[in-house]
Ligand binder design. Structure first.
Ligand SMILES: Cc1cc2nc3c(=O)[nH]c(=O)nc-3n(C[C@H](O)[C@H](O)[C@H](O)COP(=O)(O)OP(=O)(O)OC[C@H]3O[C@@H](n4cnc5c(N)ncnc54)[C@H](O)[C@@H]3O)c2cc1C
Length: 256
């Protein structure tokens, strides 16, 4: 069984569509996490079937980018709007709502936009381009992330049944960033305040759940890489059954 095995974990492509959506609500979940609920006619047909799907949020950081945004279709050449990737946290087409949860980390087009967002404003989004579907075929799950990964972790937990064991290790700024996580699964959550504990040390000391394990990691780029190596080299996790993704970069120019 591997991440590329179509009979188990598989990728499903979607038509990439750009949508101009309107802010319906702004809700502060924690001091650093803000939920923005979007809606509007163009939400119709939005599909997100993978718990770690991402959409692109489009921002104009210059007049040229604004012109590009006004006429933007995915696939256009030339100047493009600034794009950032976010998880569709909740989609309810019947209610016409899409939630996106933003970490308010400071400067950056997405975080700055979320910090000032108000009902009635517009946001352009595109995607998801595809979904990685992880069917519930594993005995247990290890989910390691930081605040940016909480939307994807929360979605995964909502999908899993009572028969599964899940260990979630979540690095947060401080205790105020803990969020309630709803699931039927047998869940243990370890919250790791980043200024008090070292995430890698916590992962190193973990007792992993029994049975065939699927591991999912989403952190800052360097930490993602180190966590993945540690899981393979020191915790004996099968490399084929780990999905590790850099969710943000300390150095945003590091596109390697
Ligand atoms: C698949 C995927 C799904 C994601 N889903 C979400 C989500 O649902 N919610 C969410 O909040 N984020 C999510 N992220 C992370 C988000 O895309 C990044 O944090 C992004 O860099 C934010 O863009 P920005 O414009 O605010 O800042 P940028 O312009 O990208 O960066 C500006 C500065 O802020 C720093 N920075 C960026 N992010 C953080 C952070 N989280 N903490 C501290 N410093 C930071 C950078 O190092 C840089 O110095 C996801 C990323 C991926 C790849």
């Amino acid at each position: 069984m591997s991440v590329n095995d179509n009979a188990s974990i598989h990728r499903v492509s979607h038509e990439i569509k750009r949508r101009r959506l309107q802010v319906l609500r702004v809700t502060d979940l924690t001091p650093r996490m803000r939920r923005i609920t979007l809606g509007g006619e163009q939400l119709e047909g939005f599909i997100s079937i993978g718990s770690d799907d991402h959409i692109k949020l489009l921002f104009a950081c210059s007049p040229e980018e604004q012109a590009a945004l006004d006429g933007f279709e995915m696939g256009n050449e030339g100047v493009r709007p600034t794009m950032r990737e976010y998880t569709p946290r909740r989609v309810d087409l019947a209610a016409g709502e899409l939630d996106i949860d933003f970490v308010l980390h400071g400067d950056g087009p997405a975080s700055t936009w979320a910090a000032q967002a108000q009902t009635g404003q517009f946001l352009n989004i595109a995607g998801p381009r595809s979904s990685m579907v992880v069917p519930d075929i594993f005995d247990s799950y290890l989910l390691v992330g930081d605040e940016t990964a909480i939307p994807a972790i929360a979605r995964r937990l909502e999908e899993l049944p009572a028969t599964r064991k899940v260990l979630a290790v979540i690095e947060i700024e401080d205790a105020q960033e803990q969020q309630p996580l709803a699931t039927q699964a047998q869940l243990e959550v370890i919250w790791v305040p980043r200024h008090q504990q070292d995430l890698l040390a916590v992962v190193k000391d973990l007792t992993l759940p029994e049975g065939q394990l699927y591991a999912w990691v989403a952190l800052e780029k360097a930490l993602t890489r180190k966590t993945k190596r540690l899981l393979i080299d020191e915790k004996g996790v099968n490399e084929d059954l780990i999905k590790a993704a850099a969710y943000w970069r300390l150095d945003p120019h590091d596109d390697e």
